[in-house]
Design a protein around this ligand. Structure first.
Ligand SMILES: *Cc1c(COP(=O)(O)O)cnc(C)c1O
Length: 388
Protein backbone atom coordinates (compact mmCIF):
# COMPACT_ATOMS: atom_id res chain seq x y z
CA UNK A 1 0.00 0.00 0.00
CA UNK A 2 1.21 3.51 -0.64
CA UNK A 3 0.59 6.31 1.79
CA UNK A 4 -0.06 9.98 1.10
CA UNK A 5 1.10 12.46 3.68
CA UNK A 6 -1.83 14.41 5.08
CA UNK A 7 -1.26 17.38 7.35
CA UNK A 8 -3.98 17.78 9.99
CA UNK A 9 -2.17 20.17 12.32
CA UNK A 10 -3.57 23.57 13.39
CA UNK A 11 -0.68 25.44 11.76
CA UNK A 12 1.04 24.80 9.51
CA UNK A 13 -1.98 23.65 7.53
CA UNK A 14 -2.16 22.03 4.06
CA UNK A 15 -0.94 24.25 1.23
CA UNK A 16 -3.17 25.41 -1.60
CA UNK A 17 -1.61 24.27 -4.92
CA UNK A 18 -2.46 27.58 -6.66
CA UNK A 19 -0.59 29.43 -3.90
CA UNK A 20 2.42 27.13 -4.30
CA UNK A 21 2.58 27.95 -8.02
CA UNK A 22 2.29 31.68 -7.33
CA UNK A 23 5.12 31.44 -4.78
CA UNK A 24 7.38 29.56 -7.18
CA UNK A 25 6.85 32.25 -9.83
CA UNK A 26 7.42 35.24 -7.54
CA UNK A 27 10.84 36.45 -8.67
CA UNK A 28 10.09 40.15 -8.47
CA UNK A 29 11.97 42.93 -6.71
CA UNK A 30 10.15 44.54 -3.83
CA UNK A 31 10.85 48.17 -4.83
CA UNK A 32 9.14 48.04 -8.22
CA UNK A 33 5.74 48.98 -9.60
CA UNK A 34 5.08 45.24 -10.13
CA UNK A 35 5.46 44.47 -6.44
CA UNK A 36 3.55 47.58 -5.36
CA UNK A 37 0.60 46.51 -7.51
CA UNK A 38 0.67 43.01 -6.02
CA UNK A 39 1.06 44.30 -2.48
CA UNK A 40 -1.79 46.80 -2.77
CA UNK A 41 -4.06 44.16 -4.25
CA UNK A 42 -3.28 41.76 -1.38
CA UNK A 43 -3.80 44.44 1.29
CA UNK A 44 -7.17 45.29 -0.26
CA UNK A 45 -8.12 41.60 -0.18
CA UNK A 46 -6.93 41.23 3.41
CA UNK A 47 -9.18 44.09 4.53
CA UNK A 48 -12.14 42.22 3.09
CA UNK A 49 -10.96 38.91 4.56
CA UNK A 50 -10.55 40.47 8.02
CA UNK A 51 -13.76 42.47 7.46
CA UNK A 52 -12.67 45.98 8.40
CA UNK A 53 -12.21 49.55 7.19
CA UNK A 54 -9.23 49.87 9.55
CA UNK A 55 -5.68 49.74 8.26
CA UNK A 56 -4.37 46.22 7.76
CA UNK A 57 -0.60 45.78 7.84
CA UNK A 58 1.37 42.79 6.62
CA UNK A 59 4.56 41.81 8.45
CA UNK A 60 7.22 39.32 7.47
CA UNK A 61 7.33 37.23 10.64
CA UNK A 62 5.43 34.39 12.21
CA UNK A 63 2.24 35.26 14.07
CA UNK A 64 4.08 35.96 17.30
CA UNK A 65 5.82 38.90 15.59
CA UNK A 66 2.48 40.69 15.28
CA UNK A 67 1.66 39.80 18.89
CA UNK A 68 4.95 41.35 20.00
CA UNK A 69 4.37 44.39 17.76
CA UNK A 70 0.99 44.94 19.43
CA UNK A 71 2.57 44.96 22.87
CA UNK A 72 5.63 47.05 21.99
CA UNK A 73 3.71 49.64 19.98
CA UNK A 74 0.75 50.13 22.34
CA UNK A 75 2.31 50.03 25.77
CA UNK A 76 4.88 51.79 27.94
CA UNK A 77 6.85 50.28 30.82
CA UNK A 78 4.71 50.24 33.96
CA UNK A 79 1.37 50.16 32.10
CA UNK A 80 -1.25 47.91 33.65
CA UNK A 81 -2.75 45.45 31.20
CA UNK A 82 -5.26 42.61 31.48
CA UNK A 83 -4.42 39.26 29.92
CA UNK A 84 -7.11 36.60 29.53
CA UNK A 85 -5.36 33.26 29.38
CA UNK A 86 -6.74 29.76 28.90
CA UNK A 87 -3.74 27.98 27.43
CA UNK A 88 -0.28 28.23 25.93
CA UNK A 89 -1.08 31.17 23.64
CA UNK A 90 -2.73 33.15 26.45
CA UNK A 91 0.43 32.55 28.46
CA UNK A 92 2.40 33.96 25.52
CA UNK A 93 0.49 37.26 25.86
CA UNK A 94 1.41 37.43 29.54
CA UNK A 95 5.08 36.67 28.81
CA UNK A 96 5.23 39.29 26.07
CA UNK A 97 3.60 41.99 28.19
CA UNK A 98 6.00 41.25 31.05
CA UNK A 99 8.98 41.33 28.66
CA UNK A 100 7.95 44.92 27.78
CA UNK A 101 7.65 45.95 31.41
CA UNK A 102 3.87 45.92 31.74
CA UNK A 103 2.16 45.11 35.02
CA UNK A 104 0.10 42.11 34.05
CA UNK A 105 -3.24 41.29 35.66
CA UNK A 106 -4.02 37.74 34.66
CA UNK A 107 -7.48 36.23 34.41
CA UNK A 108 -7.14 32.51 33.79
CA UNK A 109 -9.60 29.88 32.70
CA UNK A 110 -8.69 26.21 33.21
CA UNK A 111 -7.32 24.41 30.14
CA UNK A 112 -10.24 23.27 28.01
CA UNK A 113 -12.57 26.07 29.17
CA UNK A 114 -13.37 29.65 28.22
CA UNK A 115 -13.88 32.68 30.50
CA UNK A 116 -17.06 33.59 32.31
CA UNK A 117 -18.04 37.03 31.06
CA UNK A 118 -18.92 38.18 34.63
CA UNK A 119 -15.32 37.37 35.61
CA UNK A 120 -13.93 39.42 32.71
CA UNK A 121 -16.23 42.29 33.65
CA UNK A 122 -15.03 42.17 37.26
CA UNK A 123 -11.36 41.96 36.25
CA UNK A 124 -11.42 44.86 33.77
CA UNK A 125 -10.29 48.14 35.38
CA UNK A 126 -10.29 51.67 33.92
CA UNK A 127 -6.49 51.80 34.33
CA UNK A 128 -5.95 48.83 31.98
CA UNK A 129 -4.17 50.13 28.91
CA UNK A 130 -5.08 47.04 26.92
CA UNK A 131 -6.82 43.68 27.18
CA UNK A 132 -5.05 40.82 25.38
CA UNK A 133 -6.88 37.63 24.45
CA UNK A 134 -7.08 34.85 21.83
CA UNK A 135 -10.17 34.36 19.67
CA UNK A 136 -9.30 30.69 19.40
CA UNK A 137 -6.88 29.18 21.93
CA UNK A 138 -5.24 26.62 19.66
CA UNK A 139 -3.43 24.76 22.45
CA UNK A 140 -6.72 23.59 23.97
CA UNK A 141 -8.99 24.10 20.90
CA UNK A 142 -11.29 26.47 22.78
CA UNK A 143 -12.98 29.49 21.25
CA UNK A 144 -13.56 32.68 23.25
CA UNK A 145 -16.53 35.05 22.88
CA UNK A 146 -14.83 38.13 21.43
CA UNK A 147 -18.12 39.93 20.82
CA UNK A 148 -19.00 39.74 24.53
CA UNK A 149 -15.51 40.86 25.58
CA UNK A 150 -15.61 43.73 23.07
CA UNK A 151 -18.88 44.95 24.60
CA UNK A 152 -16.95 45.48 27.84
CA UNK A 153 -13.94 47.28 26.34
CA UNK A 154 -15.62 49.36 23.64
CA UNK A 155 -17.05 52.08 25.94
CA UNK A 156 -13.74 52.33 27.85
CA UNK A 157 -10.24 53.62 27.09
CA UNK A 158 -8.88 50.04 27.23
CA UNK A 159 -7.64 48.73 23.89
CA UNK A 160 -8.87 45.30 22.80
CA UNK A 161 -6.08 43.25 21.20
CA UNK A 162 -7.15 39.88 19.80
CA UNK A 163 -4.90 37.07 18.62
CA UNK A 164 -7.13 35.79 15.84
CA UNK A 165 -4.39 33.63 14.35
CA UNK A 166 -6.66 30.59 14.31
CA UNK A 167 -9.86 32.59 14.85
CA UNK A 168 -9.74 34.27 11.42
CA UNK A 169 -11.29 31.97 8.84
CA UNK A 170 -12.99 29.84 11.50
CA UNK A 171 -15.22 32.30 13.38
CA UNK A 172 -17.03 35.53 12.47
CA UNK A 173 -15.84 38.98 13.56
CA UNK A 174 -17.38 42.43 13.19
CA UNK A 175 -14.08 44.23 13.80
CA UNK A 176 -15.36 47.78 13.36
CA UNK A 177 -18.84 47.25 14.83
CA UNK A 178 -17.59 45.50 17.96
CA UNK A 179 -14.56 47.77 18.36
CA UNK A 180 -11.68 45.30 18.06
CA UNK A 181 -8.59 47.54 18.11
CA UNK A 182 -6.09 44.99 16.86
CA UNK A 183 -6.93 41.65 15.26
CA UNK A 184 -3.99 39.43 14.28
CA UNK A 185 -3.76 36.66 11.67
CA UNK A 186 -0.97 34.37 10.49
CA UNK A 187 -0.17 32.92 7.08
CA UNK A 188 0.21 29.25 8.05
CA UNK A 189 -3.35 28.97 9.37
CA UNK A 190 -6.64 29.55 7.51
CA UNK A 191 -5.08 31.26 4.47
CA UNK A 192 -3.45 28.02 3.29
CA UNK A 193 0.16 29.18 2.74
CA UNK A 194 3.42 28.44 4.61
CA UNK A 195 4.53 30.21 7.80
CA UNK A 196 6.25 33.57 7.49
CA UNK A 197 3.63 36.32 7.26
CA UNK A 198 1.55 37.94 9.97
CA UNK A 199 -1.20 40.49 9.35
CA UNK A 200 -3.07 42.76 11.69
CA UNK A 201 -5.88 45.30 11.58
CA UNK A 202 -5.34 48.47 13.62
CA UNK A 203 -8.07 50.89 14.75
CA UNK A 204 -7.77 54.68 15.05
CA UNK A 205 -7.97 54.26 18.84
CA UNK A 206 -4.88 52.03 18.66
CA UNK A 207 -2.99 54.41 16.33
CA UNK A 208 -3.66 57.22 18.80
CA UNK A 209 -2.28 55.16 21.69
CA UNK A 210 0.92 54.58 19.70
CA UNK A 211 1.66 58.30 19.65
CA UNK A 212 2.37 58.35 23.38
CA UNK A 213 3.66 54.82 24.06
CA UNK A 214 7.35 54.63 24.91
CA UNK A 215 8.37 50.99 24.64
CA UNK A 216 11.30 50.41 22.23
CA UNK A 217 10.59 49.11 18.74
CA UNK A 218 12.51 48.97 15.51
CA UNK A 219 11.73 46.11 13.07
CA UNK A 220 8.13 46.10 14.29
CA UNK A 221 7.56 49.87 14.31
CA UNK A 222 3.96 49.90 13.11
CA UNK A 223 3.93 53.67 12.41
CA UNK A 224 6.88 53.25 10.05
CA UNK A 225 5.16 50.27 8.39
CA UNK A 226 1.94 52.23 7.97
CA UNK A 227 3.79 55.03 6.20
CA UNK A 228 5.50 52.62 3.81
CA UNK A 229 2.54 50.35 3.26
CA UNK A 230 0.26 53.27 2.35
CA UNK A 231 2.56 53.62 -0.69
CA UNK A 232 2.48 49.89 -1.46
CA UNK A 233 5.84 49.10 0.08
CA UNK A 234 7.09 47.57 3.29
CA UNK A 235 9.71 49.12 5.56
CA UNK A 236 12.08 46.17 5.03
CA UNK A 237 12.38 43.38 2.48
CA UNK A 238 9.12 41.42 2.67
CA UNK A 239 8.68 37.75 1.93
CA UNK A 240 7.73 38.46 -1.68
CA UNK A 241 6.89 34.83 -2.45
CA UNK A 242 4.52 34.57 0.49
CA UNK A 243 2.79 37.80 -0.51
CA UNK A 244 2.24 36.32 -3.98
CA UNK A 245 0.98 33.08 -2.44
CA UNK A 246 -1.37 34.97 -0.14
CA UNK A 247 -2.85 36.83 -3.12
CA UNK A 248 -3.48 33.52 -4.90
CA UNK A 249 -5.05 32.01 -1.77
CA UNK A 250 -7.38 34.97 -1.30
CA UNK A 251 -8.32 34.72 -5.00
CA UNK A 252 -9.16 31.06 -4.40
CA UNK A 253 -11.29 31.90 -1.35
CA UNK A 254 -13.14 34.55 -3.38
CA UNK A 255 -13.58 31.98 -6.15
CA UNK A 256 -15.59 29.81 -3.75
CA UNK A 257 -18.32 32.47 -3.99
CA UNK A 258 -18.13 33.68 -7.60
CA UNK A 259 -15.42 36.21 -6.84
CA UNK A 260 -17.06 37.72 -3.74
CA UNK A 261 -14.29 37.50 -1.14
CA UNK A 262 -16.47 38.35 1.87
CA UNK A 263 -18.88 35.57 0.93
CA UNK A 264 -15.99 33.20 0.17
CA UNK A 265 -14.56 33.92 3.62
CA UNK A 266 -17.93 33.12 5.18
CA UNK A 267 -18.00 29.85 3.22
CA UNK A 268 -14.53 29.07 4.58
CA UNK A 269 -15.75 29.75 8.12
CA UNK A 270 -18.85 27.59 7.63
CA UNK A 271 -16.62 24.87 6.17
CA UNK A 272 -14.42 24.83 9.29
CA UNK A 273 -17.44 24.85 11.57
CA UNK A 274 -19.23 21.99 9.81
CA UNK A 275 -16.05 19.91 9.62
CA UNK A 276 -15.37 20.58 13.30
CA UNK A 277 -18.90 19.53 14.26
CA UNK A 278 -18.71 16.41 12.09
CA UNK A 279 -15.31 15.50 13.60
CA UNK A 280 -16.58 15.95 17.13
CA UNK A 281 -19.67 13.84 16.44
CA UNK A 282 -17.58 11.12 14.80
CA UNK A 283 -15.02 10.96 17.59
CA UNK A 284 -17.64 10.90 20.33
CA UNK A 285 -19.44 8.06 18.51
CA UNK A 286 -16.16 6.14 18.56
CA UNK A 287 -15.84 6.54 22.32
CA UNK A 288 -13.31 9.37 22.46
CA UNK A 289 -13.73 12.20 24.98
CA UNK A 290 -13.65 15.80 23.80
CA UNK A 291 -11.22 17.95 25.80
CA UNK A 292 -13.17 21.19 25.27
CA UNK A 293 -16.84 20.27 24.84
CA UNK A 294 -18.31 23.56 26.16
CA UNK A 295 -16.79 26.15 23.84
CA UNK A 296 -15.05 24.24 21.07
CA UNK A 297 -12.99 26.01 18.44
CA UNK A 298 -13.71 25.32 14.77
CA UNK A 299 -9.98 25.66 14.04
CA UNK A 300 -9.12 22.35 15.66
CA UNK A 301 -10.57 19.67 17.88
CA UNK A 302 -8.75 18.58 21.03
CA UNK A 303 -9.35 15.00 22.04
CA UNK A 304 -8.58 13.44 25.40
CA UNK A 305 -7.40 9.84 25.53
CA UNK A 306 -8.55 7.36 28.21
CA UNK A 307 -6.79 7.48 31.62
CA UNK A 308 -3.49 5.64 31.55
CA UNK A 309 -3.04 6.13 27.79
CA UNK A 310 -0.55 8.47 26.14
CA UNK A 311 -2.00 10.68 23.40
CA UNK A 312 1.40 10.46 21.71
CA UNK A 313 0.52 6.84 20.89
CA UNK A 314 -2.45 8.02 18.84
CA UNK A 315 -0.38 10.69 17.08
CA UNK A 316 2.29 8.12 16.34
CA UNK A 317 -0.13 5.43 15.14
CA UNK A 318 -1.92 7.86 12.79
CA UNK A 319 1.44 8.84 11.38
CA UNK A 320 2.96 5.39 10.97
CA UNK A 321 -0.15 3.68 9.64
CA UNK A 322 -1.63 6.48 7.53
CA UNK A 323 1.01 9.27 7.25
CA UNK A 324 -1.70 11.42 8.80
CA UNK A 325 -0.10 14.16 10.90
CA UNK A 326 -1.92 15.42 13.99
CA UNK A 327 -0.60 17.49 16.91
CA UNK A 328 0.09 16.30 20.43
CA UNK A 329 -0.85 18.52 23.38
CA UNK A 330 1.55 21.37 24.21
CA UNK A 331 3.36 21.75 27.56
CA UNK A 332 1.53 20.04 30.41
CA UNK A 333 -1.14 18.77 27.97
CA UNK A 334 1.44 16.69 26.12
CA UNK A 335 0.46 13.04 26.35
CA UNK A 336 -3.07 13.93 27.49
CA UNK A 337 -4.65 15.24 24.29
CA UNK A 338 -4.17 15.19 20.56
CA UNK A 339 -5.41 17.87 18.17
CA UNK A 340 -6.79 17.61 14.65
CA UNK A 341 -7.26 20.73 12.51
CA UNK A 342 -10.14 22.01 10.36
CA UNK A 343 -8.91 25.47 9.39
CA UNK A 344 -7.94 26.40 5.87
CA UNK A 345 -7.67 24.04 2.92
CA UNK A 346 -9.67 21.12 4.34
CA UNK A 347 -12.94 19.84 3.01
CA UNK A 348 -15.57 17.41 4.19
CA UNK A 349 -13.92 14.46 2.43
CA UNK A 350 -10.72 15.18 4.37
CA UNK A 351 -12.79 14.84 7.54
CA UNK A 352 -14.15 11.51 6.28
CA UNK A 353 -10.57 10.34 5.64
CA UNK A 354 -9.48 11.36 9.13
CA UNK A 355 -12.41 9.61 10.80
CA UNK A 356 -11.84 6.49 8.73
CA UNK A 357 -8.28 6.39 10.04
CA UNK A 358 -9.46 7.21 13.58
CA UNK A 359 -11.73 4.16 13.53
CA UNK A 360 -8.78 1.85 12.87
CA UNK A 361 -6.71 3.54 15.57
CA UNK A 362 -9.54 3.50 18.11
CA UNK A 363 -9.94 -0.22 17.59
CA UNK A 364 -6.33 -1.34 17.22
CA UNK A 365 -4.34 1.15 19.30
CA UNK A 366 -6.83 2.15 21.99
CA UNK A 367 -8.71 -1.14 22.10
CA UNK A 368 -12.10 0.60 21.98
CA UNK A 369 -15.08 -1.46 20.91
CA UNK A 370 -15.65 -0.08 17.44
CA UNK A 371 -17.87 -1.13 14.57
CA UNK A 372 -16.39 0.16 11.33
CA UNK A 373 -18.49 3.02 10.07
CA UNK A 374 -19.66 4.09 13.51
CA UNK A 375 -17.74 7.37 13.57
CA UNK A 376 -18.29 8.03 9.89
CA UNK A 377 -22.05 7.60 10.20
CA UNK A 378 -22.24 10.21 12.94
CA UNK A 379 -20.16 12.63 10.87
CA UNK A 380 -22.20 12.00 7.73
CA UNK A 381 -25.39 12.85 9.62
CA UNK A 382 -23.88 16.19 10.66
CA UNK A 383 -22.84 16.91 7.08
CA UNK A 384 -26.23 15.91 5.69
CA UNK A 385 -28.07 18.16 8.14
CA UNK A 386 -25.70 21.07 7.40
CA UNK A 387 -26.03 20.77 3.63
CA UNK A 388 -29.84 20.86 3.57
C1 LIG B 1 -0.13 29.46 15.60
C2 LIG B 1 -0.57 30.43 16.65
C3 LIG B 1 0.20 31.55 16.99
C4 LIG B 1 1.43 31.97 16.27
O1 LIG B 1 2.50 31.24 16.44
P1 LIG B 1 3.77 31.45 15.49
O2 LIG B 1 4.50 30.20 15.73
O3 LIG B 1 4.46 32.64 15.94
O4 LIG B 1 3.22 31.62 14.10
C5 LIG B 1 -0.29 32.44 17.92
N1 LIG B 1 -1.48 32.24 18.50
C6 LIG B 1 -2.26 31.20 18.18
C7 LIG B 1 -3.59 31.09 18.84
C8 LIG B 1 -1.83 30.26 17.25
O5 LIG B 1 -2.61 29.23 16.94
Amino acid sequence: MILKTRLFTPGPTPLLPAAQFAMAAADIHHRTPEFRALFQKVIGQLKIFVGTQNDVLLLTSSGTGAMEASVSNLTSPGDRVLVLSAGKFGERWADLAKAYGCQVDLLEAPYGKTFKIEDVKAALKPEHKALFVQASETSTAVSHDIEAIAKLTKPTATLLVVDGITGLGTQRFDVDGWGVDILIGGSQKAVMIPPGLAYLSISEKAWKAMETSTNPRYYFDLRKERKNQSKGETAFTPSVALVAGLGAALDYIAGQADGDLAKGRDALIDNAQVNARATRAGLVALGFTLFAPDSPSAAATAVAVPEGMDSGEVVKALKTRFKLITANGQGTMKGKIFRVAHLGFFDYLDTVAFLGAAEHIAKDTLGLKVEYGQGLTAAQKVFAAASK
